[in-house]
Design a protein around this ligand. Structure first.
Ligand SMILES: C[S@@+](CC[C@H](N)C(=O)[O-])C[C@H]1O[C@@H](n2cnc3c(N)ncnc32)[C@H](O)[C@@H]1O
Length: 272
């Protein structure tokens, strides 16, 4: 059998690819190998069941996915490259490419005219949102860092979308409160994207909910937090905050929700 067509477990247990993605049961210690075949990571659960996880981590499959699943927008790659060279240590914060394509598509699909974002960094998600807005659409983009958003501002200008973006520098909570204080802003936003300081997610959520229209959509990024939310032994600060946040949203009767495994996990919320 061609090595690339099977999964081998450390017990010597070997199975064909087609039948095994959902679950493999066996008794001994196991780790799956040859991620390259499926592009899916598998982990052994306590009861010996090995399950496929949804995040695409295989480079080849990811490349195929990004190439074939979307009509290429070169600017998404360019901003990622520019961020890598300008802020190599922080570049991991750039929003997942699949998410960028999805947001660009979502804006006209939801007929979004007025959007809000908390957490701009070098401007990738703002770029995707603004590209999907109509000519007279507006994105209010909030970030605390002048240094990061300087790169964003220059890039938006180059892309000809800067007119659609109203950048507000400041702490997310303060700027959202300022917006709410202006009564004409309350319940006028069609779309909100939250991707800033994790311990403040609950505050961004509460404040943004006031700004969101009825039936407006809020997307909250990183809600699977590198899968750590599902590991009870992980008690890191951000993991705990995200877990509490997920619990709160799940129990909030003011919204309808869908947690998706796109990127690092994105929760979609519709204001009822
Ligand atoms: C994960 S990055 C955002 C990534 C961005 N969405 C993108 O597509 O590249 C988080 C951003 O939140 C900003 N930030 C951190 N604390 C903040 C706060 N208290 N208020 C507003 N922005 C904050 C950081 O400066 C950083 O740019």
């Amino acid at each position: 059998m061609n090595r690339a067509t099977f999964i081998r477990l450390t017990t010597g247990f070997t199975v064909g690819v087609g039948a095994t993605i959902a679950s493999l049961r066996h008794g001994g210690e196991s780790h799956w190998i040859n991620r390259d075949v499926l592009g899916l990571e598998k982990k052994k659960k306590n009861d010996g069941v090995v399950e496929a996880e949804t995040k695409i981590i295989d480079t080849r499959l990811r490349e195929y996915f990004n190439r074939q699943g979307n009509r290429e927008i070169k600017a998404f790659d360019e901003i990622k490259k520019l961020t890598n060279s300008t802020f190599p240590k922080d570049a991991i914060m750039v929003t997942d490419l699949a998410e960028l394509y999805f947001f660009r598509w979502l804006m006209p699909t939801l007929n979004v005219k007025k959007a809000l974002e908390v957490g701009v960094f070098t401007g990738s998600s703002s770029l995707a949102i603004a590209k999907g807005l109509p000519k007279d659409g507006r994105l209010v983009a909030i970030d605390i860092s002048d240094e990061f958003t300087k790169v964003a501002r220059e890039f938006w200008k180059k892309e000809g979308i800067n007119e659609k973006i109203d950048l507000r520098l400041g702490k997310g909570i303060d700027v959202l409160k300022e917006l709410i204080n202006n009564k004409s802003e309350v319940e006028t936003y069609d779309f909100v994207f939250i991707d800033a300081y994790k311990p403040e997610y609950k505050d961004y959520y509460e404040l943004s909910l006031k700004l969101l229209k009825k039936n407006g959509i809020m997307c909250i990024d990183n809600t699977l937090w590198e899968r750590k939310v599902a590991d009870p032994s992980n008690q890191e600060t951000n993991t705990v905050f995200i877990r509490q946040f997920n619990e709160m949203v799940r129990n909030d009767p003011r919204v309808d929700i869908a947690l998706t495994s796109i990127g690092d996990g994105v929760t979609f919320v519709r204001k009822l």
